[in-house]
Design a protein around this ligand. Structure first.
Ligand SMILES: *[C@@H]1O[C@H](CO)[C@@H](O)[C@H](O)[C@H]1NC(C)=O
Ligand SMILES: *[C@@H]1O[C@H](CO)[C@@H](O)[C@H](O)[C@H]1NC(C)=O
Ligand SMILES: *[C@@H]1O[C@H](CO)[C@@H](O)[C@H](O)[C@H]1NC(C)=O
Ligand SMILES: *[C@@H]1O[C@H](CO)[C@@H](O)[C@H](O)[C@H]1NC(C)=O
Ligand SMILES: *[C@@H]1O[C@H](CO)[C@@H](O)[C@H](O)[C@H]1NC(C)=O
Ligand SMILES: *[C@@H]1O[C@H](CO)[C@@H](O)[C@H](O)[C@H]1NC(C)=O
Length: 457
């Protein structure tokens, strides 16, 4: 589905107009409500479409159900009203998925079950850190499952509808942590048939989805973009995956799509989850340098600016928004509200890169999960590869050398923009400002304040 495709032209126009005049906050609130209503209606109609396709006699879903109609007259809605509407929607989805899945009698694994959420943003090293959990044989690990939701619901990051997306993400997350993987079916296109899908995003990045018994024999050639790396498997059977999830002792999930920690409060307070949140942060200058390389298309404007010294105000505002939401989440975590106590950890990518094993141990200790030799082995293998004789790095990298490479790939004037808009976040996390190009590229000047590598509250 195209971004913005679902929105009527007039709303898009209005939002465009607002971008220009961001100071009209009241109008913005109005648009937030409009857009959320629009999106909500989309979800509901998608869900009811799915229901119509389902063969079994399902519970009645009435698209004119008063509980789900938010406001036909476009009046403003409070967050709590929205919240309860989403809860109902979720409960409905859950009921439907339970019915679709038949009577599953889960045999739940022994011992205290932990649920770990690795909360990050793009290019902060979250795939690397996620591997620390993926490699532990008793953790069911999912890599960016919210990708499906973002795609289906087509929210614009940082856009006016950020609140709406956060609520959907949160409710889907909760179901996933409870091993209700069926919830994803509603967001996978095309809709899985008989709980089979070759379209699970980054299936290959999740060991649990690629090992027995979830890896079914490969019989028919079906194109699977995100197939398992080490072996060929049949399309993903979501029932098998959900069962495997219940059989593992723990569940871990990495996401770059949760922007505000406070939205996770209902999950943290859910006694079934016994949740731990690890927020991973990284120097925003390094993040930008990495994004420019990784998403060259999307960051074209930055590259252009690098060349022509033209400042794109939209990009700067987006960067500021990202840094601020990361900072606000971290500040909330560090403030130690009662509901987060013992459940929140803040960690810098740079510290992990410099001492991966030691920090992995800290994360595991915090999570209350034992670190297995498999994890240790993976870390050894993937962080300490020496330079080979040709002076070229293999895919395995010497992480303590690599983490500062960005200093040579970003011009000072770009670093300076980041410093000016992300200053508060940088000072909170202990990233020192560089005063000039020489400081930026002089390796003997550290840009990292030595402080506690991590904060557990
Ligand atoms: C669905 O809504 C229609 C119109 O309001 C109503 O007549 C019908 O009884 C409803 N069905 C159920 C199952 O609630
Ligand atoms: C808008 O709709 C809501 C709920 O349907 C209702 O409570 C409210 O009075 C309506 N407001 C106006 C201005 O019509
Ligand atoms: C879902 O099922 C539960 C128990 O069967 C029921 O209490 C709840 O009302 C249902 N939710 C919806 C939205 O139908
Ligand atoms: C998926 O796995 C379940 C559980 O083993 C099995 O009952 C079902 O037949 C499988 N589905 C398909 C389409 O093979
Ligand atoms: C990795 O890089 C660091 C910093 O340059 C260096 O001290 C260390 O010896 C390197 N490790 C290996 C295995 O090459
Ligand atoms: C790098 O910084 C160190 C310490 O401040 C300084 O002694 C050295 O001259 C600098 N090197 C260059 C190339 O500027």
């Amino acid at each position: 589905m195209d971004k913005g495709h679902a929105l009527p032209q007039d709303i898009r126009d209005l939002r465009h107009c607002l971008r220009m005049k961001s100071k009209y906050a009241i109008l913005l609130v109005f648009v937030v409500a409009l857009v959320i209503i629009e999106k909500e209606n989309n979800i509901i109609s998608r869900v009811s479409d799915k229901l119509k396709q389902a063969p079994q006699p399902l519970m009645e879903v009435n698209s004119t159900d008063p509980g789900l109609v938010l406001s036909e007259n476009g009046s403003l809605l409070s967050l709590s009203e929205l919240d309860s509407a989403f809860s109902q929607l979720k409960s409905r989805l859950q009921n439907v998925t339970l019915q679709l899945g038949g009577t599953r009698e889960p045999t739940v694994a022994q011992g205290p079950r932990r649920h770990v959420l690795l909360m990050a943003t793009t290019r902060t090293g979250s795939s690397f850190v996620g591997e620390f959990f993926n490699q532990q044989g008793n953790i069911f690990y999912l890599f960016e499952p919210l990708w499906h939701i973002e795609r289906t619901v087509s929210f614009e990051p940082g856009g006016a509808n950020a609140v709406g997306s956060a609520l959907v993400y949160r409710d889907v997350l909760k179901q996933l942590l409870l091993c209700d993987l069926y919830i994803l079916e509603n967001f996978i296109t095309p809709f899985p048939e008989e709980h089979l899908t070759p379209y699970m995003f980054r299936r290959g990045s999740s060991r649990s989805l690629c090992e027995d018994p979830v890896c079914t024999p490969f019989v028919k050639k079906v194109f699977e973009k995100y197939h398992c790396k080490n072996r060929r498997c049949g399309p993903l059977n979501i029932t098998l995956a959900a069962e495997a999830c219940l059989h593992k002792n723990h569940m871990a999930l990495k996401t770059v799509r949760i922007r505000q920690l406070e939205f996770l409060r209902p999950l943290v307070e859910d006694p079934r989850l016994d949740m731990r949140i690890i927020q991973l942060v990284r120097d925003p200058r390094a993040v930008l340098a990495s994004r420019i390389v990784a998403f060259s298309g999307k960051y074209e404007t930055w590259k252009k600016w690098q060349k022509e010294q033209l400042l794109n105000e939209d990009e700067v505002q987006r960067l500021r928004g990202n840094c601020e939401s990361i900072r606000l989440s971290a500040e909330l975590g560090l403030r130690q509200p009662a509901w987060l106590r013992g459940r929140y950890m803040l960690i810098r990518y740079e510290d992990i890169a410099r001492s991966p094993l030691q920090n992995a141990k800290e994360m595991y200790r915090f999570a209350g999960i034992s670190l297995t030799p498999q994890v240790e082995e993976w870390i050894q293998k993937n962080t300490q590869a020496p330079q080979d004789s040709n002076g070229i790095y293999s895919t395995q990298k010497n992480s303590s050398e690599q983490f500062e490479k960005w200093r040579f790939s970003i011009p000072f004037k770009l670093a300076r923009v980041v410093q000016s808009v992300c200053g508060p976040a940088m000072s909170l996390f202990g990233y020192k400002l560089a005063s000039d190009q020489e400081t930026l590229t002089n390796r003997s000047i550290s840009l990292l304040e030595e402080r506690r590598a991590f904060w557990i509250t």
